[in-house]
Write a protein that binds this ligand. Structure first.
Ligand code: NAP
Length: 328
């Protein structure tokens, strides 16, 4: 099968198209023919090992000290089950599924084997494979962050870094919870944010939301760039500040704030579960959430897709499409 192989940390040039052995499912696994995947900002951070210094050592130990232990990147996919192991009862050949790959990665390839107990669900009936591939990581993280915020109908919620892979789902899910949503991102992304339901949009390149005199019940910082102290001041008395992409300093300050004040700082690290994926599928089918796709690239252009994502211009999601026809 064709796959994009990653053998060292570095620029997008380290990603190479190669022919590798097609995996065979074990007794408890399904073999998925991948039809669409995404280039998530997190994939680029992994590839270039672009992480805060405080996480450098633990993440190098986890993912490979001198070179990556994982050979194929890609964290989410949609595709068709081509074969199932003898012990698999939940899925059958021909099922159209979508899934995060989680820390095993591997979605930049024509095929992947996943345990049948892995978070995975039948893809929404009203979505293409390309649209469905954008749901798992963005949708599951957004759902987790907003549930942590315990949002009540009518509350004012601000999403910081709202126009990306996670933020576009956070805006829509917060609306679905009945919140009045303010979405913060850069100038050219604001129309899209209005189109997916944001009640207010704030251009962070022109305006600092912490100085606009408003206070919020919940602030969700998806991108990890809001000012900790000023954001706290923009929270109401019992407000919740959700750190979706926390730094070590934020974690320490957050713990102290939660102990010493009525405001809560919540470090939100999502775990992925099948029932949450099914919940997202139902939201899609009920017309409550949709995916925002910016660009599509074929598998052989993954490096180019990484270059584009790294410009910061990506609005919503960048999708990788797999044709399953060309041999290299
Ligand atoms: N599994 C995972 O990979 C995973 C899970 C959880 C969290 N995360 C991390 O969470 C972060 C966000 O993920 P994502 O996929 O949603 O990222 P994304 O798609 O790159 O979106 C981030 C958005 O934030 C905007 N932004 C950048 N700087 C900003 C600032 N100072 N103020 C407000 N908005 C700003 C960007 O717009 P402009 O570039 O136009 O400014 C962009 O629209 C990433 O660092 C990611 O690694 C990853």
């Amino acid at each position: 099968m064709k796959a994009i192989i990653w053998t060292k940390y570095g620029s997008p040039d380290v990603l190479e198209l190669k022919e590798v052995e097609k995996p065979t499912p074990r007794d408890n696994e399904v073999l998925i023919k991948i039809i669409a995947a995404t280039v998530f900002t997190g994939d680029c951070e992994m590839r270039g090992f672009d992480f805060p210094i405080s996480f450098w050592l633990p993440l190098r130990l986890l993912f490979g000290f001198r070179k990556p232990r994982i050979k194929i990147l890609g964290q989410e996919l949609a595709g068709e089950i081509e074969a199932v192991g003898t012990e698999v009862t939940q899925f059958q050949k021909g099922d159209q599924v979508f899934a995060p790959t989680d820390r095993r990665f591997g979605a930049y390839a024509e095929y992947i084997c996943l345990p049948s107990t892995h978070p995975m669900a039948i893809k929404p009936a009203n979505m293409s494979y390309e649209e469905a591939a954008t749901i798992p990581i963005g949708g599951l993280n957004a759902l987790h962050f907003l549930r942590k915020g315990n949002i009540q109908s009518g509350e004012k919620v601000l999403i910081y870094g709202a126009a990306g892979g996670i933020g576009t789902f956070a805006v829509q899910i917060a609306k679905m919870f009945g919140a009045e949503v303010s979405a913060v991102d850069s100038t050219r992304k604001l129309d899209m944010l209005r189109s997916i339901g944001a009640d207010h949009v704030i251009d962070y390149t022109q305006e600092d939301f912490t100085k606009n005199g408003e206070t919020y019940d919940v602030i969700v910082d998806v991108v990890g760039k809001s000012s900790f102290s000023r954001s706290l001041r923009s929270l109401k008395q019992d407000g919740r500040y959700i750190l979706g992409n926390p730094r070590l300093t934020g974690m320490i300050k957050g713990l102290w704030t939660s102990i010493t004040s009525s405001k809560k700082v919540i470090i939100a690290l999502a775990g992925y579960r099948t029932d949450d994926l099914v919940f997202l599928k139902e939201l899609v089918e009920a017309g409550k959430i949709k995916s925002v796709i910016d660009r599509r690239y074929p598998l052989e252009k993954v490096a180019e897709a990484h270059r584009y994502v790294e410009t910061g211009q990506k609005t919503g999601n960048v999708v990788i499409t797999l044709g399953h026809n060309n041999k290299i």
